[in-house]
Every structure is written in C-alpha cells, then in structure tokens.
Write a protein of this length. Structure first.
Length: 297
C-alpha cells in the first residue's frame, strides 16, 4: 500500500505542471504547481500577431459562411455590413466559378469552412493510446509546423476566484504561467458556470463567446483542445500550448466564435485564450499530442 501511495504521489507531482486536476487536494503553494517559463518569449512558438491573424481569418470565414444568420447583428453595424457584403459577393462569385452553380450560395459545414480556409480540419475520436479515452485527430488535409491547430475552451478564473467545487474530479483545468486557470470541462458544474457567464455577458444580439463547444455541434471546430492527450514514450508531443490575450480591438461581431469567458464580469482585463501550435508537420490521420508538464523553449 505504501508503494502504491508513493507511485500515485510521483504521478501527481509530475502531472500538475500544466494541469490541475482535483485542485481541492492541491492546497499547498509550490512554485512547481505553476507552469514555469524563464522568459515569456520562450513560450511563443509563433507571434501573437500570427495568432490574431489566424483567428481573424477563420472567424471571418465562419461568419461569412453563416451570413444569413447574422442579419440582426449587421443591422446595428452598417459600416461593418458593407465590408462583409463585399466579401460575400467575392465568395459567391468564386463559388459560382468553381461549381458552375448560379442559383444560390452553398453553405458549408463549419468543418468544411476550416478545411477550405486553413487546409486542414480536426475532429474528436477515440485516442490511439490505450485507456486514454477521447483524442483529437487531423482528419483531413495537412498541418505545417508552426500552425495554430486548435483552441483550449473554457471559463477563465483568476487566482482569487472560487473554483473549488468545479475542480473536484476535473482533469480539464489548465494553469497559465501567471496562475490564471482555464476550466475546459464540458460537463457538470463547469458546463453550467460557463453557460451562465456567457449569457450574462451577451450584449443584445452580440454573443461575446461561443457555447457550442459544450455540444457535439461545434460552431468553432477548433475548440477541442481540452481533448488533446498527453504524449507518451511511444507518442511524442507534436503540439504545444501558447497563451494569447485577445486585444480590445478584436471585432465584436467575431467574438461569438471565442470559446472562452471570464468568470468575474466586473474585472476589466484582456480575455485569456490558450491555443495549440504545431511543433512539426502533421499529416492526415495523425493524433495530436501535447506535453502536460514540460516547457517548450
């Protein structure tokens, strides 16, 4: 029994670098419970500008693909409406040339939009690791090294905010360098908290976050990063986590695709996001693996 407890303790001490399951059992404050990076620049595989541009690119494509559903938003933003109308016209003309269909614009699934925009798509499926449960795979296309391939969804908690009950039996709590926590659990109390915060922050027709990652019908197909499994001796990490603060000038009409929400509405700060970036080229059919407890330099 003692040997079993020592083994469990060693696994726990190694597991808690990036993730904080059962936070209620981790009350002691140690430096190693935080993800440690000597310099923040060493934690950036790609620049924040590249992350921003990629998110804009895919979110605009998703917005245009679902343009008919955005009428209530665009009615309040006439200048933005004109800009998107031009983009939609270009998309329609290109679609007509490619499909020889002059009758109507084809509406793609969100997964098809991601593939058409980024050249790949990802999906959740049974992991190739024994007893690992669900994993994330590149199911179509090719992902070059240094590409934003996924996002880690969830509720954002600052150090002083209550997450005790949400953390019980919860293996989806990601700890950022500065101690901010992201609860990526799509079930139970975590699910209810996210939905409550999301509806609290809605501004009229403007959704400030994406709730669809809590369902099987994802509006943003990249929001499955919480299901990326830890690497093993046989399966090396091919993606890494990178933190990104959404700037204030992020287009309000595109925030409906951001799969993160802050727990405390009254505190003004940038919305923290965590994206997953590829460490090498990844081919169709490969599973994504991260590293829960080492730092990428």
């Amino acid at each position: 029994a003692a040997a079993m407890l020592r083994s469990l303790r060693r696994r726990w001490d190694g597991y808690k670098y990036r993730f904080v399951p059962w936070l209620a059992l981790n009350l002691r404050r140690k430096r190693r419970t935080l993800r440690y990076v000597p310099e923040s620049s060493q934690d950036k595989i790609i620049s924040d500008e590249d992350v921003f541009e990629t998110l804009l690119k895919i979110f605009k494509a998703l917005f245009i693909n679902d343009f008919s559903r955005q009428a209530h938003i665009l009615a309040l933003l006439p200048e933005i409406r004109c800009k998107y109308m031009e983009l939609v016209t270009v998309e329609q003309k290109q679609s007509e040339v490619n499909s020889c269909n002059h009758q109507s614009q084809h509406v793609f699934s969100p997964e098809e939009v991601v593939f058409n925009t980024l050249g790949f798509s990802i999906t959740r499926d049974r992991s190739s690791l024994v007893s690992a449960g669900t994993g994330v795979f590149v199911n179509k296309g090719f992902v070059p090294k240094g590409t934003l391939v996924s996002m880690y969804p969830g509720t954002i908690y600052r150090k002083h905010e209550p997450i005790f009950f949400q953390s019980l039996g919860n293996p989806f709590i990601f700890r950022c360098i500065d101690g901010i926590l992201i609860d990526g659990n799509d079930r139970g109390l975590s699910r209810s908290v996210y939905r409550s915060c999301s509806r609290r922050d809605q501004l009229g027709p403007f959704q400030m976050s994406d709730e669809s990652w809590l369902t099987s019908a994802l509006q943003n197909p990249l929001a499955v990063g919480q299901y990326v499994n830890n690497c093993s001796h046989e399966k090396a990490a091919n993606v890494c986590y990178q933190e990104f603060d959404v700037p204030e000038y992020f287009p309000v009409e595109l925030k409906q695709y951001l799969p993160n929400i802050v727990y405390s509405h009254e505190i003004e700060s940038h919305l923290r996001c965590v994206v997953l970036v590829t460490l090498r080229d990844i081919k169709q059919g490969e599973e994504l693996f991260s590293n829960y407890y080492t730092v990428v330099n």
